[in-house]
Design a protein around this ligand. Structure first.
Ligand SMILES: Nc1ncnc2c1ncn2[C@@H]1O[C@H](COP(=O)(O)OP(=O)(O)O)[C@@H](O)[C@H]1O
Ligand SMILES: [Mg+2]
Length: 284
């Protein structure tokens, strides 16, 4: 089953000045994301990643083409945008401007309260969201006193309280330190593995992208390439043209190869690199 389908989607924002021509942000973009997949969406600044995210949860509608989520088209008559928005949880970049209430549990309750979810059910959803994000002991804490990583986990918890089927992280780790980044990606990973949540991770961290099932590279509003991490990170020409780097372990392996160490190609993680180094240096 497809969680998300873009079929020939083009999009432009209305120009702010009358004499300005509209700029095509997405250009006849078609893509599909399987239910339960963990996808990384990569591309330079301005390539259209956030626009895609907003099309997926119905914040924007395509200028032409269609976007469907679990088989439901997001535009046209009879579209229940309310239902679709609650299917797609979004977590944004800045941990400091996604909170609404000052106490953690009130913040998580805000979304379902607005949808008129019954009290008892809200309580259950808060329990669940705090458990999954490993934030149970912060239930009565002040959001403002949490670390960046913890705030983003609360933002994820808030999204989970709406029972979404898709979670989109739009550069949600970019303002965090390495520890916070790990906390947030781990929560997303576990949700994907254990609960079958479809995750779209928009990120500038190639180490993070290397852990995705599949990577989609956007370039100038078009899908430039789609493939598993090893396919993507072995296409050096495409990486250079779309302004993407290698994951750190791949970079280091490349350097070591240049220094004469015979390491296999396609190393993506530090674990693989270590393994290969041991083989190469005959360390048992
Ligand atoms: N509200 C807006 N009005 C006009 N242009 C916009 C608006 N939001 C984004 N853009 C433009 O759309 C393009 C794609 O933006 P975006 O989807 O945010 O890219 P990304 O998330 O990949 O950095 C950029 O050129 C950006 O300047
Ligand atoms: Mg963006």
């Amino acid at each position: 089953m497809q969680a998300i389908v873009f079929d020939g989607v083009s999009f432009f924002y209305k120009p702010s000045e009358e004499n300005e021509l509209p700029k095509l942000i997405l250009n006849d973009l078609s893509l599909e994301v399987e239910k339960g997949a963990f996808i990384a969406l990569l591309g330079k600044n301005g390539s259209g990643k956030s626009t895609c995210a907003k099309l997926i949860n119905g914040l924007l509608t395509p200028t032409s083409g269609t976007v469907s989520v679990f088989g439901l088209p997001l535009s046209g008559e009879n579209t229940d945008l309310f239902e679709i928005r609650s299917k797609v949880g979004m977590v944004f970049q800045n941990p400091d401007n996604q909170q609404i209430a000052s106490i953690v549990e009130d913040d998580i309750a805000f979304g379902p309260e607005n949808l008129g979810v019954p009290r008892e059910e809200i309580g259950r959803r808060i329990d669940y969201a705090l458990k999954v994000t490993d934030m149970e002991k912060f239930r009565y804490s002040q959001v403002a006193r949490l670390s960046g990583g913890q705030k983003q986990r609360i933002a994820i918890a808030g999204a989970l309280a709406l029972n979404p089927e898709i979670l989109i992280l739009d550069e949600s780790t970019s303002m965090l330190d390495p520890k916070g980044r790990r906390e947030v990606t781990e929560v997303a990973r576990n949700l994907n593995r254990e609960k079958g949540m479809t995750v779209i991770d928009i990120t500038h961290y190639m180490d993070e992208a290397a852990e995705a099932d599949e990577i989609y590279v956007l370039d100038d509003g078009k899908l430039r390439k789609k493939g598993d991490p090893s396919e993507i990170f072995s296409d050096e020409e495409m990486l250079a043209e779309t302004g993407l780097e290698l994951p750190r372990a791949s970079k280091l392996a490349k350097e070591l190869r240049l220094q004469g160490l015979p390491l296999k190609k396609g190393i993506l993680s530090k674990e693989e690199l270590l393994e290969e180094l041991c083989v190469s240096l005959r360390i048992k």
